[in-house]
Design a binder for this molecule. Sequence first.
Ligand code: DGY
Length: 325
Amino acid sequence: MLQTKVFITRRLPIELEQLRSLATVEVWPERQPPPHKILLEKVKEIDGLLCLLTDQIDRQLIESGKLKVISQMAVGYDNIDIAAATARQIPVGYTPGVLTDATADFTWALLMAAARRVVEADRFTRAGLWQTWEPDLLLGPNVTGATLGIVGFGRIGQAIARRAKGFEMRILYTSRQRCQPELEQSLGVEFYPLEHLLEESDFVTLHTPSADDTYHLISDRQFELMKQSAILINTARGTIVDPDSLYRALANGKIAGAAVDVTEPEPLPSDSPLLTLDNLIIAPHIGSASRQTRSKMATMAIANLIAGLTGDHLADCVNPEVYNF
Ligand code: DGY
């Protein structure tokens, strides 16, 4: 039995031989994440932790163990107390880049599905309601030539812009920092403050990280600014949209529709009023769920874990300042 021990909080879609040659590996076998209580026990005996966005890696947990590395299989890491990890000089790995296209593709799928009412159409057909071709059956707005507002213009926001260009859309974006004029020009995008972007856009798509300043960024006031015909897409984090405001906006026709891959909380409770709305599509956080992408994410997360265990710098590290201590 190898001295070095690691805990992986879910089964991964790749083989783990290389890791097993370096460490004793325990993989949580259940479909549900390990309860926090179990994580607190595990962390006392392990050197490395590979976790997912469903695991709460808080200060108490970080301070209970002697971890050398935390490796998250996701690009987002709002479930991890980074400050607490940094204070203990624990590098935190993540998996940026490899999921950009898969997430942008899925965002586009949701945008198209919401605009052209694909999910409603399927329900309609299966319910035996398709009687004939009708001139006004399940109408939706044009996507080609419409105005798209991208909120958050990192890798995924920019990948969305590239797709939108092919649909001859007018593309507006907002972000903390305006990008270089050359990039704006090559992507064919215009920088707009959030409020103006919301007023102008036919489709609004969210790509900001979850942070204090993006918490409920889209609430009643922002829905008031949007067009009544607008459609909102969220494949970023559920906390960016106030769920009560979203319900009111969709139920009262303040906007025409929405499609979300992320919710607050996740999953939604079975009595959530959002589940009663026909003009809302809800997916179970599968933006990055292409086979190839999930396999690359797992491979990157294992590589970060191994680097942390063997004392190398993590290739993708959220808190590289730990190396300057
Ligand atoms: C992430 O990586 O942060 C996504 O939400 C899941 O792939």
